[in-house]
Design a protein around this ligand. Structure first.
Ligand code: ADP
Length: 254
Protein backbone atom coordinates (compact mmCIF):
# COMPACT_ATOMS: atom_id res chain seq x y z
CA UNK A 1 0.00 0.00 0.00
CA UNK A 2 1.31 3.40 -0.89
CA UNK A 3 2.10 5.60 2.07
CA UNK A 4 0.01 8.77 2.31
CA UNK A 5 2.30 11.75 2.80
CA UNK A 6 1.13 14.43 5.17
CA UNK A 7 2.04 17.97 4.21
CA UNK A 8 4.42 19.88 6.48
CA UNK A 9 2.61 23.09 5.71
CA UNK A 10 -0.97 23.42 4.57
CA UNK A 11 -2.36 26.81 3.66
CA UNK A 12 -6.02 27.19 2.76
CA UNK A 13 -7.65 30.35 1.41
CA UNK A 14 -5.31 32.60 3.32
CA UNK A 15 -5.87 36.34 3.08
CA UNK A 16 -3.69 39.13 4.44
CA UNK A 17 -3.79 42.94 4.23
CA UNK A 18 -1.52 45.64 5.61
CA UNK A 19 -3.27 48.39 7.50
CA UNK A 20 -1.88 51.89 7.88
CA UNK A 21 -3.15 55.42 8.32
CA UNK A 22 -3.34 55.70 4.54
CA UNK A 23 -5.66 52.73 4.38
CA UNK A 24 -5.62 49.06 3.57
CA UNK A 25 -3.21 47.26 1.22
CA UNK A 26 -4.45 43.77 0.39
CA UNK A 27 -1.32 41.63 -0.09
CA UNK A 28 -2.59 38.01 -0.21
CA UNK A 29 -5.93 36.64 -1.33
CA UNK A 30 -7.15 33.05 -1.20
CA UNK A 31 -3.70 31.50 -1.11
CA UNK A 32 -3.94 27.71 -0.99
CA UNK A 33 -1.07 25.23 -1.16
CA UNK A 34 0.65 22.34 0.59
CA UNK A 35 4.37 21.80 1.10
CA UNK A 36 5.84 18.38 1.79
CA UNK A 37 9.00 17.51 3.65
CA UNK A 38 12.23 17.95 1.66
CA UNK A 39 10.44 19.73 -1.16
CA UNK A 40 11.99 22.73 -2.87
CA UNK A 41 9.29 25.24 -3.78
CA UNK A 42 9.94 28.35 -5.87
CA UNK A 43 7.70 31.40 -5.86
CA UNK A 44 7.70 33.70 -8.88
CA UNK A 45 5.42 36.65 -9.55
CA UNK A 46 5.28 40.33 -10.46
CA UNK A 47 7.30 42.56 -8.13
CA UNK A 48 5.37 43.88 -5.16
CA UNK A 49 2.74 41.14 -5.48
CA UNK A 50 3.10 39.74 -1.97
CA UNK A 51 5.88 37.14 -2.10
CA UNK A 52 7.76 38.41 0.96
CA UNK A 53 4.46 38.72 2.80
CA UNK A 54 3.87 35.03 2.14
CA UNK A 55 7.30 34.21 3.60
CA UNK A 56 6.55 36.33 6.67
CA UNK A 57 3.37 34.32 7.22
CA UNK A 58 5.27 31.06 6.92
CA UNK A 59 7.86 32.34 9.38
CA UNK A 60 5.09 33.20 11.84
CA UNK A 61 6.02 36.90 11.81
CA UNK A 62 2.49 37.87 10.82
CA UNK A 63 -0.83 36.08 11.10
CA UNK A 64 -3.38 35.29 8.43
CA UNK A 65 -6.43 37.54 8.47
CA UNK A 66 -8.66 34.75 7.30
CA UNK A 67 -8.18 31.22 6.06
CA UNK A 68 -6.16 28.47 7.63
CA UNK A 69 -2.46 27.78 8.04
CA UNK A 70 -1.52 24.42 9.49
CA UNK A 71 2.20 24.09 9.97
CA UNK A 72 4.49 21.63 11.68
CA UNK A 73 7.34 24.08 11.45
CA UNK A 74 9.04 24.97 14.70
CA UNK A 75 12.17 26.73 13.51
CA UNK A 76 12.58 28.70 10.34
CA UNK A 77 15.92 29.66 8.81
CA UNK A 78 16.42 32.60 6.47
CA UNK A 79 18.75 33.22 3.58
CA UNK A 80 18.61 36.76 2.29
CA UNK A 81 20.09 38.87 -0.47
CA UNK A 82 22.81 40.15 1.83
CA UNK A 83 24.83 37.68 3.85
CA UNK A 84 24.83 39.82 7.04
CA UNK A 85 28.15 38.36 8.16
CA UNK A 86 29.80 40.53 10.79
CA UNK A 87 33.02 41.93 9.26
CA UNK A 88 35.02 41.92 12.51
CA UNK A 89 34.34 38.26 13.28
CA UNK A 90 36.12 35.32 11.71
CA UNK A 91 34.13 32.95 9.50
CA UNK A 92 33.99 30.39 12.28
CA UNK A 93 32.77 32.98 14.78
CA UNK A 94 30.20 34.14 12.25
CA UNK A 95 28.78 30.70 11.55
CA UNK A 96 28.69 30.06 15.31
CA UNK A 97 26.83 33.32 16.01
CA UNK A 98 23.31 31.88 16.02
CA UNK A 99 24.34 29.08 18.36
CA UNK A 100 26.10 31.58 20.61
CA UNK A 101 23.02 33.80 20.85
CA UNK A 102 20.86 30.79 21.66
CA UNK A 103 23.40 29.48 24.21
CA UNK A 104 23.79 26.26 22.23
CA UNK A 105 27.51 26.39 21.55
CA UNK A 106 28.08 22.90 22.94
CA UNK A 107 31.11 20.78 22.12
CA UNK A 108 28.90 18.65 19.88
CA UNK A 109 27.56 21.66 17.98
CA UNK A 110 31.05 23.14 17.62
CA UNK A 111 32.21 19.85 16.13
CA UNK A 112 29.24 19.80 13.75
CA UNK A 113 30.07 23.33 12.59
CA UNK A 114 33.69 22.35 11.91
CA UNK A 115 32.42 19.34 9.93
CA UNK A 116 30.05 21.49 7.90
CA UNK A 117 32.79 23.99 7.12
CA UNK A 118 34.91 21.06 5.94
CA UNK A 119 32.13 19.45 3.87
CA UNK A 120 31.31 22.73 2.16
CA UNK A 121 34.93 23.71 1.50
CA UNK A 122 35.27 26.53 3.97
CA UNK A 123 37.52 24.84 6.55
CA UNK A 124 40.62 26.64 5.28
CA UNK A 125 38.83 29.96 5.72
CA UNK A 126 37.51 29.38 9.24
CA UNK A 127 39.95 31.92 10.71
CA UNK A 128 39.62 34.50 7.96
CA UNK A 129 37.37 37.57 7.97
CA UNK A 130 34.42 37.83 5.56
CA UNK A 131 36.22 40.48 3.47
CA UNK A 132 38.86 37.87 2.55
CA UNK A 133 36.23 35.60 0.96
CA UNK A 134 34.44 35.75 -2.38
CA UNK A 135 30.73 36.64 -2.52
CA UNK A 136 29.87 33.02 -3.18
CA UNK A 137 31.86 31.77 -0.19
CA UNK A 138 30.23 34.35 2.03
CA UNK A 139 26.76 33.19 0.99
CA UNK A 140 27.81 29.61 1.73
CA UNK A 141 28.99 30.70 5.19
CA UNK A 142 25.68 32.51 5.76
CA UNK A 143 23.80 29.33 4.88
CA UNK A 144 25.91 27.25 7.26
CA UNK A 145 25.22 29.77 10.04
CA UNK A 146 21.49 29.31 9.38
CA UNK A 147 21.69 25.52 9.16
CA UNK A 148 23.65 25.35 12.41
CA UNK A 149 20.37 26.08 14.19
CA UNK A 150 18.75 23.08 12.49
CA UNK A 151 15.68 24.81 11.07
CA UNK A 152 12.80 22.66 9.74
CA UNK A 153 12.20 25.09 6.91
CA UNK A 154 14.49 27.39 4.94
CA UNK A 155 13.09 30.57 3.48
CA UNK A 156 15.25 32.00 0.72
CA UNK A 157 14.29 35.54 -0.27
CA UNK A 158 16.12 36.41 -3.50
CA UNK A 159 19.39 35.19 -1.97
CA UNK A 160 21.41 35.40 -5.18
CA UNK A 161 20.26 38.70 -6.64
CA UNK A 162 23.21 40.74 -5.37
CA UNK A 163 25.74 38.38 -6.97
CA UNK A 164 27.23 38.67 -10.44
CA UNK A 165 26.01 36.14 -13.01
CA UNK A 166 28.87 33.65 -12.81
CA UNK A 167 28.95 33.66 -9.01
CA UNK A 168 25.19 33.31 -9.02
CA UNK A 169 25.38 30.08 -11.03
CA UNK A 170 28.05 28.69 -8.71
CA UNK A 171 26.22 29.62 -5.52
CA UNK A 172 22.98 28.17 -6.89
CA UNK A 173 24.72 24.82 -7.31
CA UNK A 174 26.32 25.04 -3.85
CA UNK A 175 23.11 25.99 -2.11
CA UNK A 176 21.08 23.29 -3.89
CA UNK A 177 23.68 20.69 -2.92
CA UNK A 178 23.79 21.79 0.71
CA UNK A 179 20.00 21.82 1.00
CA UNK A 180 19.73 18.36 -0.54
CA UNK A 181 22.52 16.88 1.56
CA UNK A 182 21.09 18.30 4.75
CA UNK A 183 17.61 17.05 3.79
CA UNK A 184 15.94 20.44 4.20
CA UNK A 185 12.60 21.77 2.98
CA UNK A 186 13.01 25.09 1.22
CA UNK A 187 10.94 27.90 -0.25
CA UNK A 188 12.72 30.27 -2.61
CA UNK A 189 11.43 33.63 -3.83
CA UNK A 190 13.01 34.66 -7.10
CA UNK A 191 12.24 36.80 -10.11
CA UNK A 192 14.62 34.71 -12.21
CA UNK A 193 12.64 32.01 -14.05
CA UNK A 194 15.76 30.03 -14.97
CA UNK A 195 16.74 29.93 -11.32
CA UNK A 196 13.29 28.63 -10.35
CA UNK A 197 13.39 25.87 -13.00
CA UNK A 198 16.95 24.92 -12.14
CA UNK A 199 16.30 24.56 -8.40
CA UNK A 200 12.63 23.79 -7.77
CA UNK A 201 10.52 20.65 -7.46
CA UNK A 202 7.49 22.86 -7.99
CA UNK A 203 7.14 26.46 -9.11
CA UNK A 204 4.16 28.57 -8.00
CA UNK A 205 3.24 31.51 -10.21
CA UNK A 206 1.63 34.30 -8.21
CA UNK A 207 -0.77 36.91 -9.54
CA UNK A 208 -0.43 40.67 -9.20
CA UNK A 209 -1.20 42.03 -5.73
CA UNK A 210 -3.11 40.76 -3.83
CA UNK A 211 -1.24 37.59 -4.63
CA UNK A 212 -3.00 34.33 -5.24
CA UNK A 213 -1.51 31.22 -6.81
CA UNK A 214 -2.37 31.24 -10.49
CA UNK A 215 -0.46 28.16 -11.49
CA UNK A 216 1.54 25.39 -9.89
CA UNK A 217 4.09 23.82 -12.21
CA UNK A 218 5.78 20.55 -11.19
CA UNK A 219 9.34 20.38 -12.52
CA UNK A 220 10.56 16.94 -13.53
CA UNK A 221 13.72 16.05 -15.38
CA UNK A 222 14.23 12.61 -16.84
CA UNK A 223 17.64 12.46 -15.21
CA UNK A 224 17.11 12.81 -11.48
CA UNK A 225 19.27 14.78 -9.06
CA UNK A 226 20.78 17.06 -11.67
CA UNK A 227 22.60 20.10 -10.34
CA UNK A 228 20.98 23.45 -11.21
CA UNK A 229 23.77 24.01 -13.73
CA UNK A 230 23.07 20.71 -15.46
CA UNK A 231 19.32 21.25 -15.36
CA UNK A 232 19.89 24.41 -17.36
CA UNK A 233 21.42 22.28 -20.12
CA UNK A 234 18.84 19.47 -20.00
CA UNK A 235 16.39 19.04 -22.92
CA UNK A 236 13.31 19.75 -20.74
CA UNK A 237 14.58 23.17 -19.61
CA UNK A 238 13.46 25.27 -22.59
CA UNK A 239 9.92 23.86 -22.47
CA UNK A 240 9.54 24.79 -18.79
CA UNK A 241 10.94 28.25 -19.48
CA UNK A 242 8.37 28.84 -22.24
CA UNK A 243 5.47 27.70 -20.03
CA UNK A 244 6.59 29.80 -17.06
CA UNK A 245 7.27 32.85 -19.21
CA UNK A 246 3.77 32.67 -20.62
CA UNK A 247 2.21 32.23 -17.17
CA UNK A 248 4.18 35.15 -15.79
CA UNK A 249 3.11 37.36 -18.71
CA UNK A 250 -0.50 36.45 -17.94
CA UNK A 251 0.07 37.13 -14.24
CA UNK A 252 1.59 40.55 -14.90
CA UNK A 253 -1.18 41.52 -17.33
CA UNK A 254 -4.09 40.03 -15.42
P1 ADP B 1 7.05 41.16 -3.08
O1 ADP B 1 7.87 40.42 -2.10
O2 ADP B 1 6.27 40.29 -4.00
O3 ADP B 1 7.81 42.22 -3.83
P2 ADP B 1 5.77 42.24 -0.66
O4 ADP B 1 5.18 41.05 0.01
O5 ADP B 1 7.04 42.79 -0.12
O6 ADP B 1 5.90 41.95 -2.24
O7 ADP B 1 4.70 43.42 -0.63
C1 ADP B 1 3.37 43.28 -1.11
C2 ADP B 1 2.67 44.62 -1.02
O8 ADP B 1 2.45 44.97 0.34
C3 ADP B 1 3.45 45.78 -1.65
O9 ADP B 1 2.54 46.59 -2.33
C4 ADP B 1 4.04 46.50 -0.46
O10 ADP B 1 4.16 47.88 -0.73
C5 ADP B 1 3.01 46.24 0.63
N1 ADP B 1 3.66 46.17 1.95
C6 ADP B 1 4.68 45.36 2.30
N2 ADP B 1 5.01 45.54 3.60
C7 ADP B 1 4.16 46.48 4.08
C8 ADP B 1 3.97 47.10 5.35
N3 ADP B 1 4.72 46.77 6.42
N4 ADP B 1 3.00 48.05 5.45
C9 ADP B 1 2.23 48.39 4.42
N5 ADP B 1 2.34 47.83 3.19
C10 ADP B 1 3.30 46.90 3.01
Amino acid sequence: MEEIRQPMISMKNVTYSYHSLKGETPALKDVTFDVYEKEFICLVGPSGCGKSTLLSLLAGLIEAESGELISEIKDVGYMLQRDYLLPWRTIYDNVALGLEIQHKKTTENRERLREMLKTYNLADFANKRPSELSGGMRQRAALIRTLALEPDLLLLDEPFSALDYQTRLEVCDDVAEIIRKEGKTAILVTHDLSEAISMGDRVFVLSKRPATILKEIPIRFETENLTPFHRRQAPEFAGYFAVLWEELQKASAG
